[in-house]
Design a protein around this ligand. Structure first.
Ligand SMILES: Cc1cc2nc3c(=O)[nH]c(=O)nc-3n(C[C@H](O)[C@H](O)[C@H](O)COP(=O)(O)OP(=O)(O)OC[C@H]3O[C@@H](n4cnc5c(N)ncnc54)[C@H](O)[C@@H]3O)c2cc1C
Length: 462
């Protein structure tokens, strides 16, 4: 009699972007797949995201006349993280991203287009590919619909991974143990893919690895409690970049709605409770989370104008924030000061000084202000009424540390050997950002989820 309750070709843990992309690739190769998801339905951080997937050299970019290459994506990622991510994995992801995105559109019928409303810090080109709504919910729904049509794939919900079963040698995995509806089940599989994201929802792990963010709001999915990382570590897997994370400096307070960094990239500025600029806004939103976290009360204020408002309006979260009245409109800076209880005259003099610094050719951080910085691509220009403002706070979005993998997404053991049939992708794998939040290049989250999921699916199907 078999020791297994169920036997499949591949078991995938987690039904976010990584898990569902891997499942789609395996289905195409004709393999029998079960995806186990511990929550009552697929969701994950993927459905909370803005669905923005970076990829360089896609035909969708070429159609818009954008000349981008995988090598440029690789360089941008390495420049942002200061050369601290694994080069082989980063290169493999950069080279496969365009294939994965084209295949998602053509093979899986996911509606993605290139976002050209604004660019992100550190991007050499417009290369975010997102659903029309700019909502990760729509990305997830499309993937789930596609997977649902595959006869050889099933998704088991309320089914949580509880342990991984290695063979006697310790370099192959025979299957996994699952808890579903209070019943333990053993699933035997020729390959296992861990797509269970990181540990943002595990307070103890955050306290241990990222203490500076342990008091910050966690803005990600509750299911992401580091299970895959912990259970693979128990059987000898290596982990890396555990202190890395994606933070975000601008979540509307108290509404809890993400305000896209597009408002800053198109010319907005950030103020503290004294109505003064406190930072160089050219930094990425991830590292800025720590700066806002350190301010009194951990709050700041965004100030932008109609140009930024119009650019940000393509993002569904931003429209939600407008509807919730988190984004407020003002005819004058005096009205802005009064509404946010900032010292009278403070914002007026800050903006006057900011405009003067633009005329001098240097902003207050001493950086050139000639329109758009060639690398950072943040616009610096005079702000004009009507003005818009949001009270913002910082949040932890997701963790970037995880299981060490090779370029095929196979998990590496602490003794240097490779688990031949254990894969990890997305937030379960060590990310592309290195050990610091400033290493996070926008889109590194879904880039790793989609592309490592695709790579794992292709490799496991062989
Ligand atoms: C608000 C927000 C906005 C973001 N916007 C973007 C963006 O636009 N672009 C971008 O690149 N990144 C973005 N990110 C990050 C991005 O969402 C994630 O990096 C990405 O979705 C991770 O995908 P994943 O498949 O690895 O994990 P997830 O989508 O989180 O899926 C993991 C799944 O595994 C399940 N799971 C966990 N443990 C177990 C277990 N023991 N057994 C079974 N199932 C388990 C979870 O319940 C979850 O459903 C954003 C994040 C947030 C929070």
């Amino acid at each position: 009699m078999s020791r297994w309750d169920v036997e499949v070709d591949v078991v995938i843990v987690g039904a976010g972007a990584c898990g569902l992309v891997a499942a789609s690739a395996l289905a195409e190769a004709g393999l029998d797949v079960v995806v186990v998801e511990k929550m009552s339905s697929p969701s994950g951080n993927t459905s909370l995201s803005q669905g923005m997937i970076p990829a360089a050299g896609t035909r969708f970019q070429r159609d818009l006349g954008i000349d981008d290459r995988p090598e440029t994506l690789f360089e941008d990622i390495m420049k942002k993280n200061g050369g601290t991510s694994d080069k082989q994995v980063t290169r493999a992801v950069s080279e496969h991203a365009w294939r994965a995105v084209e295949w998602l559109v053509e093979g899986c019928h996911v509606d993605l287009s290139v976002c050209t409303d604004f660019n992100y810090p550190g991007f050499s080109n417009y290369r975010m590919h997102a659903p029309p709504s700019r909502s990760g919910r729509d990305l997830l729904i499309s993937l789930e619909r596609h997977v649902g049509k595959q006869k050889n794939v099933s998704i088991a919900t309320r089914a949580a991974l509880t342990s991984i079963v290695p063979d006697a040698d310790g370099t192959r995995i025979d299957g996994v143990q699952i808890l579903q509806n209070n019943e333990m089940m053993l699933i035997g599989a020729k390959a296992t893919i861990l797509a269970s994201n990181g540990f943002g929802g595990n307070r103890d792990m955050v306290q241990r690895y990222i203490p500076a963010m342990s008091d910050a709001l966690y803005f990600g999915h509750a299911g992401n409690t580091g299970d895959g990382i912990l259970m693979a570590s128990e059987i000898g897997a290596a982990v890396g970049s555990m202190s890395g994370f994606q933070g975000h400096a601008s979540v509307a307070v108290p509404h809890g709605i993400l305000i896209t960094w597009g408002t800053v990239m198109t010319g907005g500025i950030l103020l503290n409770a004294s109505g003064e600029r406190f930072t160089n806004e050219i930094q990425g939103y991830s590292e800025m989370a720590l700066e806002v976290q350190r301010l009194p009360g951990s709050v700041a204020f965004e100030l932008f104008d109609q140009v930024s408002y119009d650019a940000a309006s393509s993002i569904s979260d931003f429209r939600t924030a407008v509807e919730a009245k988190a984004v407020r409109k003002f005819d004058s800076l005096e009205a802005y000061e009064a509404a946010f209880h900032l010292p009278p005259g403070s914002v007026c003099s800050t903006v006057t000084a900011y405009h003067a610094s633009l005329q001098n050719g240097l902003d207050s951080d001493g950086r050139p202000t000639s329109g758009v910085d060639p690398f950072e691509r943040r616009e610096r220009r005079r702000l004009a009424p009507p003005y818009y403002g949001v009270r913002i706070g910082p949040a932890l979005f997701h963790t970037q540390g995880g299981l060490k993998t090779n370029e095929h997404a196979q998990v590496i053991r602490r003794d240097g050997r490779v688990f031949k049939n254990l894969y990890a992708g997305g937030g379960a794998a060590e990310g592309l950002s290195g050990p610091h939040p400033k290493g996070y290049l926008s889109g590194n989250g879904l880039l790793s989820a989609v592309t490592l999921g695709y790579i794992a699916g292709l490799h496991a199907s062989q």
